[in-house]
Design a protein around this ligand. Sequence first.
Ligand code: ADP
Length: 499
Amino acid sequence: MTTTERDDTDATNQKVKTYQYFTNGEWRHANDASTFEVYEPFSRAVFANVANCGRAETKDAIKAATSAFLKWAELTSDVKSALFLKAASIVDRRRDEFSQILARETGCTIFFAHFQQDLVKKYLEQAAGWVYLPKGEIIQSDVPGTYSSVVRRPIGVVACLTPWNGASVLVWRSVVLPLSAGNTVVVKPSEEAPISAGLLVAEVTAEAGFPPGVINVVTHAAGQAATIADEFFRSPDVRCINFTGSVKTGRILAERAGRELKRSVMELGGYNALIVLADVDLDYAVRVAAFSAFFHQGQICMSARKILVQRDVYDEFLTRFIDKTNALPMGDPEDAATIVGPLINPQALATVTERVREAVDKGARIVAGGGWTGQVHEPTILIDVPADATIAFEETFGPVVIVQPVDDALEAVDVVNSSMYGLSTAILCADTFHGIELAAYVKSGAVHINIPTVDDEVQAPIGGVRDSGWGRTGTYGLQDFSDYVWINAQSGERHLPIK
Ligand code: ADP
């Protein structure tokens, strides 16, 4: 089975692959055979042509997922487990190939691309165990002679809307849990990365032998996402909207999900802070700060947007952090030395430069970076940023971070909690137990002590509080994709008030 329909040639005379979409175990053209172009973020060259789906293709995909549901739900765990393990081995075998595609399609460094493939492999390996988790419990009844139990059942078709930024990890993460809970899925990847954030899942699971219809992927051009989502909402068979993306889109989808009484899981953005207390090793703090703020060009929902430094060490930290920032290698993500590569597209670059300019107009100072070449924005540090500058409170996907002094840990926690976001917070301190104590006061889905704001483990409950959303990864999220049914039986007659 192949995704490739034909090879076109682009202006630079390189082969450009054309991808079909995937439904009911088949690769298909969009109904009108239309395709859209996907660009490489660094060179802006055409990377691929991809099927441009709309309502009809989405309806077909939902139909395929609905037909496959009973068969998949009833497959025995050993068969499902073997499929997940086979998929893990395929991801491992094709690690370099998938990393290349991911790096070219999303502009991430090769290091991050490899990291993502390795995490995906672990997701699939752990899912092979999740299918064996108990499906029910006996609960205590106060009525003698009663056998009272609760059974976990799959809910139906889950629509997975996935982003481009950590494309491989985020798409696999969004499908593995619903699948292991016994559901079927329709994936709608971001138009910026339809291959890594969608089609490769189809390719791997098809090769592994997952039954037709269990995983379907509908790709689309810019401007079509709402139309496809509308089909998800209209279908009575789609029972959950599993969304990873911006707060803005999450709000639209959660509102509609409420109206249609569909479940939703919302993994949204963050405005994450790194707190640096005075007793910390400053060299380590600077490296953690650089990683938290600039890894993947700050285009991770967990990236640090603000560094809150205890006043006693503020000047020294800032001096060392500026030096480190100015020394970070920038440029082509395919160059193994590169740490800071391109932003995903020209609109993203424009947003970053506009927000930096607005902050400077309002009185902020740039103490490192500030410029850009092509799509690569320099890693940038801002200080003296006024509270009403958008970058001081809105998630801005780019390598720009604010450094701000605080008197003590409690003031830092107050600053963190003043944000409506709550995804990831990190505290650097020599006294680790003090960090654990502080964590109790932080409104955040994750609090990392002496660890960067960006951290990921398959078995961890990743997700947000407040405007950063709801729902969790790892087995903590199983209940979002399951119905609990009370099966209650009595031997003999129950005492009733009616004789
Ligand atoms: P980002 O700004 O990081 O691209 P988005 O929230 O725009 O984040 O995108 C995440 C996912 O949401 C993508 O799959 C995108 O196509 C989808 N999306 C964007 N707008 C809408 C919308 N109005 N309805 C449904 N999906 C949408």
